[in-house]
Write a protein that binds this ligand. Structure first.
Ligand code: BGP
Length: 473
């Protein structure tokens, strides 16, 4: 039987600084690695970038007014590190703090709970230049200094904090597929950078507690449960491997303070294990989060992959259905097509039941509350001549997924909230502005007099009703 959503349940929506703010060099902001990366030809879809994005930096009052009209009870956004510290670790930029003060005050005034992400992939370029960014241990101290600045300044108004967004994604794309900055293909460096990100995550949580800040803090992890293509034990084993390598490898460190033994052994055997100092183990154990944030979009289906099998992911970043190719880790697993599921135009499996399964798996493995910090459907949207966006496909997707959250709650999982991705349309890192997620359509035609105008989609009114009824409809 379905339980009702708890009273304190947060109905939210999410964004990230680089994807919405624009104003990339305004009011003293320093460049981030993304500001530079998008200027390298061929790195992003059709050369799109976040220089202007959807101009949230200037248009936030209008955006917050729309959030209030919709009835959001929470808004998750990230702070751009290089707005606060333009050089990453030097002088503070007061104008950067002032912007987030204004945004947070506007949210609080409208009764919208701010959920603040410290890091959503935009490391200051200066730190990349100075010591190689995540590849250096120095980043841990600089990250903690930055985090403490935000905790001290905002924790009178902010009760929910996300340390780091999708460490698995920014590390893997940064150092394996080379699709994100620093655009490197080197797995040894990847696992070292990843270890430093683990330390930074834990150290920020420890700092939060040592400052006595009220509220809850945790990472957001990109998680989709791994299935086996069938009951052939070799394929089932591959699915378990995928779960260990793609999920436990990160979430065990967050929630248990240790690497899972199977993956660690593989790293040692392949001469890829990072340098770990004895004191790291203590820090990781101290930095257990209050909740696990889950960004959920899709599940993965797996099969046996021989040692000479498929490797690095060939993603569909074109929006042409059927162009994604099989990928995996040779000798460990490969991702294959699930015949039971429909796919989006970007070849992401649509699977609401997978969200219920995922929330259950996390709750039972880690005994932590969860928060769905992202979930949504990226699709083409059309603005009709009478200025409507009839995104019934998005309503269907979100409706099924919100129901899956309710089912997980009914299964006994403690879920703190549900944030859709995204509130307004925004820049998709690798897919430009054509892959849209928002409740609010943003005209991105730079040649149009209506450029950057906002339009409410049909899904806006759907979510408004969901929130009004607290999930009863
Ligand atoms: C997550 C990121 C978001 C967002 C979303 C959609 O991985 O945290 O920043 O981009 O995915 O992904 P995409 O834009 O590739 O469709």
């Amino acid at each position: 039987q379905l339980k009702v959503f708890p009273k304190s349940f947060l109905w939210g929506s999410a964004s990230a600084a680089y994807q919405v703010e624009g104003a990339w060099d305004t009011d003293g902001k320093g460049p981030s690695v993304w500001d530079n990366f998008v200027r390298i030809p061929g790195k992003t879809f059709a050369g799109t970038n976040g220089d202007i994005a959807v101009d949230h930096y200037h248009q936030y009052p209008q955006d917050v007014a729309l959030m209030s009209e919709l009835g959001l009870s929470a808004y998750r956004f990230s702070v751009a590190w290089s707005r606060i510290y333009p050089l990453g670790n030097g002088e503070i930029n007061q104008a950067g703090l002032d912007f987030y003060d204004r945004l947070i005050n506007e949210l609080v005034e409208k009764g919208i709970e701010p959920i603040v992400t410290l890091y959503h992939w935009d490391i200051p370029q200066a730190l990349q230049d100075q010591y190689g960014g995540w590849e250096s241990r120095q980043i841990v101290d600089d990250f903690v200094r930055y985090a403490k600045t935000l905790f001290v300044h905002f924790s009178d108004r902010v009760k929910y904090w996300v340390t780091m967004n999708e460490q698995n994604v920014f590390i893997s794309h940064g150092y394996k597929t080379a699709m994100h900055p620093p655009g490197v293909r080197d797995e040894k460096r990847m696992y070292q950078a990843n270890h430093h990100a683990n330390l930074a995550n834990a150290a920020a949580i420890v700092a939060f507690r040592s400052l006595g800040c009220p509220g809850k803090i945790g990472p957001s992890f990109a998680y989709g449960p791994n299935y086996s293509i069938d009951a052939n034990p070799e394929n089932v084993l591959a699915a378990e491997n995928a779960e260990a390598f793609d999920a436990h490898f990160w979430m065990d460190v967050y929630a248990r303070g240790e690497y899972p033994p199977q993956v660690w052994q593989w790293l040692v055997d392949n001469h890829l294990a990072p340098d770990v100092y004895p004191e790291d183990a203590i820090l990781l154990k101290q930095g257990i989060p209050d909740f696990m944030g889950v960004n959920y979009y899709r599940t993965m289906t797996n099969a046996y992959n021989p040692l000479d099998g498929v490797g690095i992911e060939q993603m569909n970043t074109t929006g042409k259905k059927g162009t994604a190719q099989e990928s995996g880790l040779p000798g460990v697993y490969k991702h294959v097509r699930n015949p039971h599921l429909q796919r989006t135009n970007w070849d992401w499996d649509i699977d609401a039941t997978g969200l219920r399964i995922g929330l259950r798996r996390i709750a039972s493995r880690y005994q932590l509350p969860v928060m769905v910090t992202e979930n949504g459907l990226g699709e083409y949207d059309t603005l009709t001549d009478d200025l409507q966006i009839n995104d019934d496909y998005r309503i269907d997707y979100l409706n099924e997924h919100a129901l899956a959250v309710q089912q997980a709650i009914s299964d006994g999982v403690e879920v703190l909230g549900y944030c859709t991705w995204s509130f307004t349309d925004l820049l998709s890192w690798l897919n430009g502005y054509q892959k849209r997620y928002g409740f609010v359509y943003v005209d991105r035609d730079e040649n149009s007099a209506k450029s950057l105008t906002r339009y409410k989609k049909k899904s806006f009114y759907w979510y408004q009703e969901v929130i009004r009824s607290h999930g009863a409809t």
